[in-house]
Design a protein around this ligand. Structure first.
Ligand code: PLP
Length: 373
């Protein structure tokens, strides 16, 4: 079976470093906040060119902690995308804030800045753009909107670590380092994944960094002196070992994903029943997922066909967030999200990882085209 991700082959190439690193942590029993965690923070900050990296337990925690650091009040509104993994919007609701969801672009799948601006009210306090599937939302426009309306911006870069955003003045910044706070996940299948759960929060704001460092550790700076309500959210030292081994390869991993995506694009270029994912302007694409749209194709039948051929496929995401049971209390206007509605019905994701050979890609695309003609 050709799986969506292939973590085993990737592991075998860096096995010695990971195995010896994990053995070292066990040997010296530095399980919590070991030296590797500190070193990883420094190395990631340097890679991203950002002032502060605070590690935490997972990407969902990262988003929750970022929101906690802003000191918002119940009922304050936070704008995010309707088409994303639930964690982005779930954390807003969890903190008794009001999740305001907006529609996305039908071709890049990214949050639409015009819709953000339309959704702003006097209670709006923050925007969480999602860099979905590996490319950056239109951060120049989003930062401009945020500045004009005095809003915080938290970037959800769980799917886009390593992506570059190009500003019109020529400045280039890494995804997650543009807004006030950036959040990422090291879930195993993410572009930079560990071997369990992990996450991180980035910021160039020293004051926010201090608050966040305190929140992740029970609101504590001096041991057993608690300055605020916090949480317990940590990156294990063993996970930091894995991430330190992988970080030097991240650009190479992202390039491998782009090469696979280019192959898919070319293979489907002349098939009018497939719309390949559009590259957004001003951003590189790190292809966390390769998500294409089907036009007049029975998706379930195609997925069955692929499965029979030994090719995995998936749907990211099958249900718009505004239709999720969990959000029924918020009474979203069912007609406000035409693009998300259509995407949820028509998207399909093909295997995307760092280990796809030309032969495998040919087999996958041939299998798709056998069914879709
Ligand atoms: C994976 C993901 C998260 C959550 O990360 P976890 O580490 O699984 O909690 C949040 N947002 C997006 C867009 C994601 O893809």
């Amino acid at each position: 079976m050709i799986q969506m991700v292939d973590l085993k082959s990737q592991y075998l190439k860096i096995k010695d470093e990971i195995d010896s690193g994990i053995a070292r942590v066990i040997e010296n029993t530095e399980f919590i906040n070991g030296q590797d965690v500190k070193d990883f923070r420094t190395e990631l900050a340097s890679y991203l060119n950002v002032g502060n990296v605070i590690t935490c337990g997972n990407g969902t925690d990262a988003l929750q902690i970022a929101l906690m650091a802003l000191g918002l009040k119940p009922g304050d509104e936070v704008i995010s995308a309707d088409f994303t993994f639930i964690a982005t919007v779930e954390t807003i609701a969890l903190l008794q804030l009001k999740p305001v969801m907006v529609d996305v672009d039908p071709e890049t799948y990214l949050i639409n800045p015009d819709e953000i601006e339309k959704a702003i009210t006097p209670r709006t306090k923050a925007i969480i753009p999602v860099h979905l599937f590996g490319q950056c939302a239109d951060m120049e426009r989003i930062m401009d909107i945020a500045k004009r309306h005095n809003l915080y911006v938290i970037e959800d870069t769980a799917q886009a670590i390593g992506s570059d955003y190009h500003f019109s003045d020529g400045t280039v910044k890494k995804a997650g380092t543009i807004g006030h706070i950036g959040c990422t996940s090291f879930f195993p299948s993410k572009n930079l994944g560990c071997y369990g759960d992990g996450g991180a929060i980035f910021t160039n704001d020293a004051e926010l960094a201090e608050k966040i460092s305190s929140i992740v550790n029970h609101g504590m700076k001096v041991r057993y002196h608690h300055d605020r309500i916090g949480v317990n959210s940590r990156l294990d030292t063993i996970q930091a070992v894995v991430l330190r081994a992988k970080l030097p390869h991240l650009d190479e991993y992202n390039n491998a994903r782009r090469t696979a995506a280019d192959y898919y694009d070319k293979a489907f270029a002349n098939c009018h029943k497939i719309s390949t994912p559009k590259r957004a302007q001003n951003t590189t694409h790190t292809f966390h997922q390769y998500v294409m749209r089907l036009n007049g194709v029975d998706r379930t039948a195609l997925m069955e066909h692929l499965k029979a051929k030994g090719v995995a496929s998936a749907v990211y995401y099958p249900i718009p967030l505004h239709k999720q049971k969990a959000f029924q209390g918020f009474e979203y206007n069912p007609n406000a999200f035409p693009n998300t509605d259509k995407l949820c019905e028509s998207v399909i994701a093909l295997p995307m990882n760092t280990e796809l050979s030309k032969e495998t890609l040919k087999y996958i695309t041939d299998s798709v085209l056998e069914f879709v003609r």
